[in-house]
Design a protein. Structure first.
Length: 264
């Protein structure tokens, strides 16, 4: 199935609508209005406009659904069983530095489970999408996680805690445990795309702490639909609540988790 359902089309259209504004603003860095939410945590007018575009498109197509967005928080709808989880611009720091690696992230949660997901990079025009039980795709190509079985031939992704966020000492211990055992570690600066890349087999695994639901909700479903394993850093299934994630294929996942737990 490489033809999108009506639900996926709604989500994809919303992402592409938001992307039009981001594409206009990308490269016009001197003109962007930027404010600081917290130390080293920025929000631009582009984030806010993109979230408004997504919100309006989704509300028109599915009125009454709740909406959880990075910029506006939770807006409860009349339909308590459905919630959109949205990051209108994941990778804001990349965007503000004209690094073409950022994405619009939309997931639909139904009765507590993620059932549909879209991650769109406007610069590359790659639309990653998945629906529960129906597989994971980039544009019209079916995706599967990579098949490597040994850490020493694997490339893993991660996120590095930055100013005012996360525990740097713990991360360095985890990096020490992992980096000496793998072929490479990458830090690209947009967790949603990192997870999409794991689903696509471009990276063999990924781990990070201190994430928000909108950073990873879409990616969780994509990796599962691409045949991968996803847990929190304790090996459980509370990724959205605990804000941590460890993911890879079925063979690599326990090896990664073992080394990360050894970091203490």
């Amino acid at each position: 199935m490489s033809t999108q359902t009506a639900l996926l089309k709604v989500m994809s259209d919303a992402a592409r609508k938001a992307a039009r504004g981001l594409n206009r603003d990308f490269g016009e860095l001197s003109e962007l209005q930027v404010s600081r939410k917290a130390p080293a945590d920025f929000v631009s007018a582009a984030d806010i406009k993109a979230e408004q575009a997504v919100f309006e498109a989704l509300e028109k197509a599915r009125p009454g659904y709740s909406f959880l967005g990075e910029e506006r928080g939770l807006i409860e709808g009349t339909d308590k069983t459905h919630t959109w989880i949205v990051d209108p611009l994941d990778g804001t720091t990349n965007f503000l530095h004209a690094i073409p690696h950022f994405a619009i992230n939309i997931a639909l949660q139904r009765e507590g489970a993620i059932v549909a997901a879209v991650t769109y990079n406007p610069v590359t025009n790659e639309l990653f999408w998945a629906e529960k039980g129906k597989g994971c795709f980039v544009n019209d190509k079916r995706l599967r996680v990579a098949g490597r079985k040994h850490l020493d031939e694997s490339v893993l992704g991660t996120g590095i805690p930055f100013l005012g966020h996360g525990q740097h000492a713990r991360f360095l211990k985890e990096l020490h445990q992992i980096s000496q055992r793998v072929a490479g570690v990458r830090r690209f600066g947009a967790a949603s795309l990192d997870l999409a890349y794991v689903a696509a087999g471009r990276m063999d695994g990924f781990w990070e702490r201190d994430l928000k639901p909108w950073d990873m909700a879409a990616g969780l479903l994509m990796i599962q639909e691409a045949g991968g394993k996803v847990t929190d850093m304790d090996g459980g299934e509370d990724m959205l609540t605990k804000g941590s994630i460890c993911t890879a294929n079925l063979e690599l996942h326990p090896l990664m988790l073992d080394k990360l737990k050894a970091a203490g």
